[in-house]
Design a protein around this ligand. Structure first.
Ligand SMILES: NC(=O)c1ccc[n+]([C@@H]2O[C@H](COP(=O)([O-])OP(=O)(O)OC[C@H]3O[C@@H](n4cnc5c(N)ncnc54)[C@H](OP(=O)(O)O)[C@@H]3O)[C@@H](O)[C@H]2O)c1
Length: 185
């Protein structure tokens, strides 16, 4: 990763048709995926999320580690919601936020959505790897994995793991921003 920035692991769960959210702040998941995500996030000092995701899950974000860095264009509106050492709000762009975390000695972070913040990180090619759970359901509506313009990006498959008898599957990929077939090289 350029500048020795913290590596960024994107972890999300989605339906078979690529939907990551359903109305009222919910998303497709299973008990096994929730266990998987709980274990995964314990490996990281920081979880980075968008303000909408924080809003949907804020009642669960009362303890650290991991610390939560919440992205908003208006962090001043959330001063009363910040929890010292637990939940922090920032209006930095993704690159500047990673530089700030590097300055705190952080070498890796978990990016946990939602789709709008994911796209902001991918636009700046800051995502290092993706750990994506696929739930065997088709939803027909809801936000995609990346909401907004993003560059075509190749990934290198690393592994797959089935979490339950219904076929919930975790796929792991490494980003390959300099793929040999990229047309814009
Ligand atoms: N399937 C999954 O694994 C998963 C994971 C996480 C969330 N979700 C679901 O996804 C939904 C939320 O996703 P979403 O795409 O609507 O929203 P989101 O990405 O969680 O949050 C979007 C908000 O984040 C802030 N933001 C985004 N990019 C920014 C940037 N570059 N700089 C500063 N602030 C930035 C803005 O907040 P302001 O409006 O305050 O400026 C923006 O409105 C929820 O339903 C949630 O439950 C699913």
């Amino acid at each position: 990763m350029r500048e020795n920035l913290p590596s960024v692991t994107l972890a999300m769960v989605m339906s078979l048709d690529g939907r990551t959210s359903i109305p009222h702040g919910r998303f497709p998941t299973s008990p096994e995926d929730q266990d998987h995500f709980s274990r995964l996030k314990r490996e990281f000092p920081y979880v980075l999320i968008g303000r909408e995701t924080w809003w949907a899950a804020r009642s669960h974000m009362t303890e650290a580690p991991p610390r939560r860095l919440v992205f908003s264009h208006t962090p001043d509106h959330f001063t009363a919601d910040a929890l010292p050492g637990i939940v922090e709000f920032t209006d930095k762009d993704p690159l500047e936020a990673l530089r700030m975390l590097r300055g705190r000695g952080i070498s890796r972070v978990l990016l946990a959505g939602g789709s709008t913040l994911n796209a902001a990180f991918l636009r700046q090619r800051l995502i290092t790897e993706c750990i994506i759970t696929i739930e065997p359901i088709i939803l027909g509506q809801g936000k995609p994995l990346f909401n907004g313009d993003v560059p075509d990006t190749h990934l290198r498959f690393r592994s797959q793991r089935q979490l339950n008898s219904r076929g919930t599957t975790v796929l792991e990929y490494t980003m390959e921003y300099e793929h040999p077939t990229d047309q814009n090289r």
